[in-house]
Design a binder for this molecule. Structure first.
Ligand code: PMP
Length: 343
């Protein structure tokens, strides 16, 4: 048997054990005891012997009101936005898939899984787009804010990419931390689509991704979507939190934004690193004394951050996720003492 796809690498994530894990851009959501009990009760009585609702109607309706969409016809759900990225590559266009580099690695993986040609678009030193997509590019992914760089591409930069027979997917996984959205554009036009996720707002374990687009596009994606892709427990828990307790998410996000500002200002004054400004819940920084060595020193002190130094577009760079205040304090202390050791 000859494999259809060759030479693809598995999605990389940090699996090293550590006391403080600041490597996956999760958001800590402290659910009060009463909310946990309510969720536990709903799950205890859920008819788990049955298949889940293939259209996740109740959850979609809760999400449509939460996001103020005209109706649930404007969205579909995935097992995380990763699954939706794969469907988009499978069903929108046949030409080259483009994305800025560096960016979230799943765009390339999913494009290649679907035997699409790929075009990485180079960024300049301020992480602004400096290369145009090839003419045959009919699908473009733009993470806004971008991961791992943390910057927000200008709306004008994105609208300049519009062309006939081309779809632009705006991945707003980190929207809550910058609050600049292109959902309004996505509701009006068929060539701009928006992705959101519950993963960066405290519910990564549920695996719920959201695609927002006009009903015709949603129907197309639903036609390739696996029927029971969002599990019953995920539908139940997400519906309760989104419809009744979204203020808990808003509070956690506000705390994370303040923590990001606090960490950023500390880090800016440290010798041996260069910090890139961030609009997300993580910070990318260049290590002037060796990223691998610093990564190791931090681990020795119990802190795991994400090593991006092997990525050709982020040489000597590490990325730290914004954690809880206590975790951030431990990180800052570990960073300070590690740098003093290395400088
Ligand atoms: N988009 C971006 C830009 C991301 O950084 C990530 C996760 N790191 C995702 C999507 C994946 O989201 P999900 O957990 O919903 O699959």
């Amino acid at each position: 048997m000859k494999p259809r796809i060759q030479g693809l690498e598995k999605y990389k994530t940090e699996t090293t054990k550590a006391r403080i894990r600041l490597s996956s851009n999760e958001l800590y959501l402290d659910l009060p005891q009463e909310v946990r009990e309510e969720v536990a009760k709903e799950l205890a009585f859920a008819p788990l012997y049955k298949y889940p609702d293939p259209d996740a109607k109740e959850l979609k309706s809760a999400i449509a009101s939460w996001l103020k969409l005209p109706s649930e016809e404007y969205l579909t759900l995935g097992n995380g936005s990763d699954e939706l990225i794969n469907y988009l590559c499978a069903s929108l266009g046949t030409g080259t898939v483009s994305y800025p580099v560096p960016t979230f690695s799943m765009y390339e993986i999913c494009a290649k899984n679907n035997l699409r040609k790929t075009a990485p678009l180079r960024l300049d030193e301020n992480f602004e787009l400096m290369q145009a997509p090839p003419d045959d590019s009919d699908l473009i992914f733009i993470a806004r804010p971008n991961n791992p760089t943390g910057n927000l591409f200008l709306k004008e930069t994105i609208t300049a990419l519009r062309a006939r027979d081309r779809c632009i997917v705006i991945d707003e996984a980190y929207y809550p931390f910058c609050k600049e959205s292109m959902i309004d554009e996505a509701l009006k036009s068929e060539d701009i689509l928006v992705l959101r996720t519950l993963s960066k707002i405290g519910l990564a374990g549920l695996r719920v991704g959201i695609l927002i687009a006009p009903p015709e596009i949603i129907k197309l994606i639903d036609s390739v979507r696996l029927p029971f892709n969002v599990t019953m427990p995920s539908q139940i828990v997400a519906k309760i939190i989104i419809s009744k307790y979204s203020y808990l998410i808003d509070n956690a996000v506000e705390i994370a934004i303040k923590e990001r500002e606090r960490i950023e200002s500390y880090m800016k004054n440290m010798e041996g690193i260069k910090v890139f400004p961030s609009r997300a819940n993580f910070i990318l920084f260049k290590v002037l004394v060796g990223a691998k060595a610093l990564h190791k020193e931090l681990l020795k002190r119990g802190v795991l951050v994400r090593d991006f130094s092997e990525n050709p577009y982020t040489p000597e760079c590490l990325r730290v996720s914004v954690g809880r205040a206590v975790e951030n304090d431990i990180f800052l202390e570990a960073l300070d003492s590690s740098l003093r050791e290395l400088v």
